[in-house]
Design a protein around this ligand. Sequence first.
Ligand code: IVH
Length: 681
Amino acid sequence: MTSERNDRRIQELRDLIAYHNHLYYDLDQPEISDAEYDVLMDELQRLESENPNGRTEESVTDRVGGTVNPAMGIVSFSPPVLSLNNVHNAEELQEFYTRVTQVTGDESPAFTCELKIDGLSVVIRYQEGRLVQAATRGDGLRGEDVTANVLRIRAIPAVLRQPVSMEIRGEVYMPRSAFIALNARREHEGQGIFANPRNAAAGSLRQLDPEVTASRELSAFFYQIRHAAPRNPALSRITTQYLTLKFFHEVGLPVEEHFRYCETLEDIYNYVDEWERQRDSLDYDIDGLVIKLNDLSKQALIGETQKAPRWAVAYKFAPEEVLTEVLDIEISVGRTGTLTPTAILKPVRVAGTTVSRASLHNEDILRDKDIRIGDFVFIRKAGEIIPEVVRVEKTLRRDNTIPFRFPDRCPACGSAVVRLPEEAAHRCTGGMACSAQLREALIHFASRDAMDIEGLGEKTVDLLLESGFVKRVDDIYRLKEEDLLALPRFGRLSAVKLVQNIESSKSRSLSRLIFALGMRFVGQRAASVLAARFRTMEALQQASYEELVDIPDIGERIATSVITFLSQPSNREVIRNLRDLGVNMNHVEVAGTESPGEKVLEGQSIVVTGTFKILPRKTLELWIAQLGGRVASSVSSRTDLVIVGEKPGSKLEKAQKMNVPIVPEKEFLEQMTKLGITPPL
Ligand code: IVH
């Protein structure tokens, strides 16, 4: 990869990881599995280490994870509550082993191996044997005080069998059986269900009301002493990790029973092999194993990095791959005419969700993998949220299967299908005359971020196409109440409303209209740049390729697409009709400001944090982008402004420390209104 592409990928990964951290740690609502998260993190770590310039002092790879909910009371940790580095195969495990032997000077160090519980990390303090404080790990430096909640978990003793004072670490989890029962109950009661046991555990523990925690079946395992009262004879006898676990058991703390003392690397490999095979045999989720140098004084000698100890690693299990059958290969036609093959699968569960479709992307991928209808294939969800076909299990292939052939006619309209030499995709040449393309184009045109016509969603679009009232995008603006009343499921009220919504969409901004037209590669940002630069649709239609590529942010790809789209007679006709029907084609000037109203935030890097009351956060972010600003995910020295809502997170503190201007949501909206810019309420 070139270094520019590397940099871009690094930024993309950081943003993605920050996003998934937020979902996982703050909202307890992950969209991807831990294995998928690790794939992203590993790629980022690799790119950062290959490209030291790409490292900044604030990379997500250094951080332990989530933030804390200040409403819960905050506990500070010293030393920080660390995470673990990961290894994924025997080779990486051996590298870890060799490093430990080198640093300790011990040729054959012993290890204690444990199961890695997929739960929620907690830190608990016992004083004279009494539980006095419990906290979640939070971001590793500060966690949430969950003492009252933890006291309601039966598996965690409030009083130990010996009056020891120590701070310990463990994992709170929800047994699989309890998770299934809880979700069944919640589904029955019409409440949202938890994605997996880890989330259920986190959601149950991070509660302001301990009664909620008490009503959920949670359990815990403990594995580390973080601090021990000095001169306690019982504690000073604990010189190894193995003895730590034995001691916990003695004093009544729950310990995961399958830990093992391993004298050699061979022993560790055996432990890994055994558990790789039996990982599903327990009533709790494990996502790997933890290999810890046994001798605690040697652990102290080796020390830790900012994020993780050097004396331990997590051996992470490979992402789950599941075998299933390809029932069919379906071709769908997108908004821009791209034909996409999708494998229709016999439904299977993969990494926590049921999968019944997987995109096969394009002909090349399909041909390389030689996927045929009737084949048995392995499915996984690695790196992305989207399931993918890894490979065909050829030994199971039946005799009568035939290689899949891409159609040469569009399955929706019968027009010819072409594949341009420089493209991987096949494209239908039917344009708006293709019902599938028209359908997607209409849905996009009316969508929230485009012309925002409420009530004109997929279902209504389908009805309008079936009835023949709409044959082109501009036909939307010719619809009358009577037409809508003739459609099934339309009453007078909904017909009146939709016609009103269509009418009021005529005054949407030029940038929305440009975006709504659905030119390839022209997203919201490019659309707003084009609107601000050309100011009228007419001027945009007359723009030359050179003028377009001259604009910062408009590359060759976008310029070519704009020129191609606007030179097509059928598209020109649609635009002419839209104009005649009264759709706004001008960039609106804002009274009282010198600068073009829509670009007052040009070049500004803005961070938003907290819960927003006046505008939904997404709307606020889009609006900032429309005003020319860039919404950044984290505060840095380049941040120009931080807009805060209620319950802001650590970003606020960081902004305060770095002296970045901070404005509350309400004040920001007021300032904009003073400039004559109306918020998109
Ligand atoms: S040792 C400095 N042991 O896995 C000690 N962690 O991915 C580091 N975990 O943050 C942790 N089971 O929350 C350790 N037997 C175990 C574990 C375990 C689960 C969690 C822990 C840690 C995460 C790292």
